[in-house]
Write a protein that binds this ligand. Structure first.
Ligand code: FE2
Ligand code: FE2
Length: 312
């Protein structure tokens, strides 16, 4: 289970691979908002989200062999059933479902679809260690997976939104479940890592792309905190804080795992989080890994290093 030195637990965070190639998609299949998404992919996004970038990142990730990998959504572009199937095959190349955790992004709910044809194809990667009694298979969030000293808590912020919008919402039901889940983790001596697609801090995302209940989530985290929040959606490296009584929760966003950097100037990266146990808590270190364009090798740069008290 532990790949690092001194009992360290190491996990990778990647996001927004947008990995599907839509060139073979027939026009007649593109009802509703999908037409706009397809045109956007044809005109712009296919030049930015490149399979060779994602392949290089995956090769580096596999060589690094983290204990766990989390993927914070937007694996697809316009949420066609075959995009979910190909994303599932790709996830299987990253690791077995017990070592890879996925939460959906807004592109994975681009239009309304059935659970079985859409995110349900990734259900093994979203299944809690012990799903609560009576919970339906198509309603797995928030998920809870404990690996080593880390509790991964996954939220679903993905909703189908109107054209030209990419908003997210967690919803009252999921927030209530999250609060009781976090209460249940109190005192268990686990490092609590919250995963969601949309940035959680109000005002840090454009209005049309925001998480509409970000303020409610942050208020909840002030009552029942976590130790770290990881998200995607913005396609860039971001660091933020959620203020909680006596402390602040670090928040990290990352570029798209397939970005060539031609449209955004934010080329593909992934983060590696190393959790090392110490007296009374953990040392948490986060590094970003990116392919150097000249040499083709991946280079690592430190992003943050902080201590988390086990009694926090
Ligand atoms: Fe995305
Ligand atoms: Fe997104």
């Amino acid at each position: 289970m532990s790949s690092g030195a001194h009992g360290a637990f190491r996990f990778a965070h990647l996001s927004d691979p947008h990995l599907s190639d839509l060139s073979a998609v027939r026009w007649r299949r593109l009802a509703s908002k999908r037409v706009l998404g397809y045109l956007s992919w044809q005109r712009r996004r296919r030049h930015e989200h490149r399979p060779e970038m994602l392949d290089a990142l995956r090769a580096d990730l596999l060589a690094l062999a983290p204990d766990h990998t989390v993927v914070t959504g937007d694996l697809t572009n316009i949420a066609l059933p075959e995009e979910f199937a190909s994303a599932r095959r790709w996830l299987q190349t990253i690791g077995s479902p017990d070592r890879v955790t996925v939460v959906p992004g807004n592109h994975d709910r681009y239009v309304r679809g059935t659970w079985e044809e859409s995110c349900g194809q990734w259900s093994e990667f979203m299944r809690s260690d012990a799903p609560p009694d009576g919970r339906r298979a198509d309603d797995p969030f928030p998920l809870l997976r404990v690996r080593g000293a880390v509790a991964f808590i996954g939220l679903d912020s993905a909703i189908a939104s109107p054209p030209f919008m990419a908003i997210g919402r967690i919803g009252a039901t999921q927030l209530a479940r999250l609060e009781s889940l976090l209460e249940g983790l109190r005192g268990r001596g686990l490092l609590r890592v919250l995963l969601l697609h949309h940035p959680p801090v109000p005002g840090e995302e454009k209005w049309r792309k925001r998480l509409i209940d970000a303020a409610a989530l942050c208020a909840l985290l002030r009552r029942a905190p976590v130790d770290l929040v990881l998200h995607g959606h913005r396609h860039r490296a971001l660091q933020s804080l959620i203020r909680v009584p006596g402390s602040a929760i670090p928040v990290f966003g990352i570029p798209s795992a397939s970005a060539a950097g031609v449209l955004s100037a934010h080329a593909a990266e992934y983060n590696v989080c190393t959790v090392t146990p110490g007296t009374g808590g953990w040392q948490v270190r986060i590094d970003a890994r990116r392919q150097d364009a000249a040499s083709g090798t991946f280079v690592q740069r430190p992003l943050a290093s902080f201590e988390v008290s086990r009694t926090a």
